[in-house]
Design a protein around this ligand. Structure first.
Ligand code: BYC
Length: 313
């Protein structure tokens, strides 16, 4: 069939909400942009374990430690579903990981900030997972089947993550003056980076037009960011804390909160590799990859042996 016809059938499927599956014909650019987004999403989950991993051994109680450990393990699982979804588009996991380690592939800017106190575990759960869910609920309806199905399961786990984060902050917000101050400080430090997670302004978003046409994305970066601000501006009141933005105020005409300008220079610096922890994060991932080599080799040797045994039988 001619490419023009194939493209028409493909776009018709998308317009009629039929999922695109791995064996279906798809334009190269659709394959590439899904591969880019899904692999970057997978990398974000994997690198995203590091800031919280830093606190597993320092959690304030056994219960908190068990919860945090479970959350970080969930993130590893999310990374693995997403790598598996990306592999269906024809790229090997080794190549994706090589792209992460060489700096060719991106991961979310948010994970390049340090976790300085226990309250950061609360702020990450509430704000970072909160921003992630806002974006990921939309992705459960993304047009590429394997990505959409992975997101359904991931979203269920993320909503628990967000609640556990909020609960950490709620406890601190009712504690001693020092605990209250720690809670407020974490909110101040994580607020602006959390808003940056949604990506550049719509006018600067290079991929959005095609991703919207192909229903990879269904809401724009700015729309989701606004939805997030509206939600958090209300929830912060329950903590008796404030967000670090003097311009934050309810706009009765728009029925939305107005908010101040994001520091876009900081955002692009972090994306380009110059954030506070970029080098540390990549070094930690490369070290883990090298130190895990023997495990991968042993697992492959075992699988090959099992296969041989089955064939012999
Ligand atoms: N950080 O054209 P745009 C989690 C890049 S982890 C870095 O708007 P797009 C969790 C963008 O890639 C969940 N780079 O892009 C884990 C593009 O560059 P390339 C993380 C960013 O793709 C552990 C350029 O800027 N969530 O929940 O249409 C603990 C122009 O942007 C960022 C996901 O990964 C950024 N923040 O839209 C706790 C969601 N923003 O690739 C929690 C999946 C933009 O052309 N991803 N860039 O070189 C998406 O939904 C979309 O990729 C984005 C950006 C909305 C992020």
């Amino acid at each position: 069939m001619e490419t023009q016809n194939l493209e028409k059938i493909f776009q018709d499927k998308i317009d009629h909400e039929t999922k695109i599956e791995p064996r279906d014909w798809m334009p190269d650019a659709y394959r590439k942009t899904n591969l880019r987004q899904i692999s970057q999403h997978a990398h974000s989950e994997i690198v995203g374990m590091l800031p919280e991993g830093n606190w597993i051994s320092r959690a304030p109680s056994l219960k908190r430690k068990a919860i945090l450990l479970a959350k970080v393990q969930d993130e590893a699982g999310h990374g693995l579903y997403l790598y598996a979804a990306a592999e269906t588009l024809g790229q090997s996991r080794e190549q994706m990981i090589e792209d992460l380690h060489s700096g060719r592939a991106k991961y979310s800017s948010i994970f390049n900030y340090p976790t300085l106190t226990w309250a950061d575990m609360g702020a990450i759960g509430w704000l970072v997972d909160g921003a992630a869910i806002m974006n990921q609920v939309m992705l459960t309806r993304t047009s590429y089947g394997p990505y959409a199905r992975a997101m359904v399961r991931i979203c269920k786990e993320e909503s628990f993550h967000q609640r556990q984060g909020f609960e950490i902050l709620l406890v601190l917000s009712k504690g001693s003056d020092a605990q209250k101050a720690m809670c407020q400080d974490a909110i101040i430090r994580w607020w602006w980076p959390a808003l940056m997670m949604f990506g550049p302004r719509d006018t600067e978003s290079t991929n959005s037009d095609m991703s919207m046409k192909w229903k990879i994305k269904r809401k724009s970066n700015d729309e989701l960011r606004q939805q997030f601000v509206d939600m958090i501006a209300e929830q912060v009141k329950l903590l008796n804390m404030t967000l670090p933005d003097e311009k934050l105020c309810w706009n009765e005409n728009k029925k939305h909160y107005d908010f101040g300008e994001i520091n876009w220079d900081e955002f692009w610096q972090v994306v380009k590799g110059n954030g506070p922890c970029n080098k540390e994060r990549l070094a930690a991932r490369k070290k883990a990859w090298e130190e895990g080599r023997w495990v991968r080799e042993a697992a492959s040797a075992y699988a090959a042996k099992q296969k041989q045994k089955q064939q012999a039988a």
